[in-house]
Design a protein around this ligand. Structure first.
Ligand code: UDP
Length: 375
């Protein structure tokens, strides 16, 4: 059997790429080491509720083209992410907005909130924030930083905020309005049939093999010569592909503890509750039914524990600091020298991409491949 592309990884990037290539008459074989498709956006039904098996995924984008694209494969509900943060006995709305500030300082107006922040950072003289701590302090002041950011961030990333890049905290909106929407994007929602169904539709008509690890597959195929292919799209870790020969890129891992609570209909009243103090070992508890306004009996919750990553563990987040980004560039250079290998997705491109960016990048790669083959 001959394929144009061997796609390694049946996650969102690989599935979009394979789907588009298939439409253009290019044959793809998609393999994934897991026993299921959909990578980390995999959802599975438990107690009649779609469970986000690898952490909460809320689709959001401002890109009309990407929104239209994903809507070909799903219908989205009206979910708006509005997490709650628990710090000791206190409860705050996220992202940082007038509800947060009024609870923190008993202020009523934006001017009062801004005045409070200004008075807290006046002595710090931060003009050009060089790390996450300076960035956070200059945006929200010391109280919000100490209660809602420092502990959460340091357990999430396993490093002091002074050693983390500032951009991470800029993912969160900061507003002086009473608006608890976690995202600023124009479009947002949860796919009504879950994310796995999106990937199933993307992979319709594409040969797909789960439980198939890349190296083992290549090795076995060298003997049987069952399959030939022109190019590989690899959506796993780029450093792993190259046997870590230039050194290891850093990742952050996660551990999930799922609990079924058939006797409890509503555990926490919200889809996402963050635990921002350092001493609580998990960062958040997800109650899946609230992503879908579920009214079924019982509930399922997942506690998310950040974890150190070591080779062999599941990588979830690239750690995009200077050292790692520089090392990634060297791997990219290696990739350029090799013919017929492409890298895509959060792991292959070593970028903290959200789902919409993953789709956008996959579509760019599709276009490049088409243009390349027309030359
Ligand atoms: N963050 C925080 N407190 C919170 C939630 C988020 O300080 O209660 C910071 C933290 O540094 C985190 C970053 O914001 O790493 C990005 O959070 P986001 O929710 O975007 O992370 P993701 O959902 O991608 O894990």
């Amino acid at each position: 059997m001959h394929y144009d592309y061997l796609v390694v990884g049946a996650g969102l990037f690989g599935a979009v790429f394979a789907c588009e290539m298939n439409k253009q008459g290019k044959k793809c074989l998609v393999i994934d080491k897991r026993e299921h498709i959909a990578g980390n956006i995999y959802t599975e039904e438990v107690l009649g509720i779609n469970i986000h098996k690898y952490g909460a995924h809320i689709f959001h984008t401002s890109n009309q083209e990407i929104w239209n694209y994903i809507n070909q494969y799903a219908t989205f509900n009206r979910f708006v992410n509005s997490p709650v943060a628990v710090y000791k006995e206190e409860l705050y709305n996220l992202p940082f907005n007038m509800n947060t500030f009024s609870r923190m300082w008993n202020v009523k107006t934006p001017a009062e909130a801004k005045g409070k922040i200004a008075s807290q950072i006046a002595d710090l003289h931060i003009t050009d924030p060089k790390n996450l701590e300076e960035q956070a302090l200059s945006l929200v002041g010391t109280d919000v930083y100490e209660k809602l950011i420092k502990g959460y961030t340091e357990k999430q990333w396993g490093k002091p905020c002074t050693e983390l890049p500032a951009f991470i905290i800029k993912r969160l909106p900061l507003r002086f309005t009473f608006d608890n929407n976690y995202f600023n994007d124009l479009y947002q929602g949860i796919p009504i049939d879950g994310y796995t169904s999106i990937v199933e539709k993307l992979l319709e008509g594409v040969d797909t093999r789960t439980g198939t690890e890349y190296r083992e597959f290549i090795k076995a195929n060298e003997e049987t010569k069952e399959i030939t292919f022109n190019k590989v799209l690899y959506t796993g870790m780029i450093d792993e592909y190259f046997d870590y020969k230039l050194g290891t890129l850093e990742y952050r891992s996660l551990r999930f503890e799922e609990e079924q609570l058939p006797e409890c209909d509503n555990y926490q009243g919200n889809a996402v509750v963050n635990y921002t103090e350092r001493e609580v070992p998990y960062t958040r508890i997800i109650e899946h039914k609230h992503f879908e306004f579920g009214s079924q009996p019982g509930t399922v919750i997942t506690k998310e524990y950040p974890a150190e990553w070591q080779p062999g563990d599941e990588p979830y987040y690239p750690v995009n600091d200077e050292r790692n980004d520089a090392l990634f560039k060297r791997y990219e250079e290696l990739a350029r020298q090799e013919k017929n290998i492409l890298f895509g997705g959060r792991l292959g491109q070593y970028k903290y991409y959200d789902m919409d960016k993953v789709i956008a990048q996959a579509l760019i790669m599709v276009k490049e491949q088409r243009e390349g083959s027309e030359e």
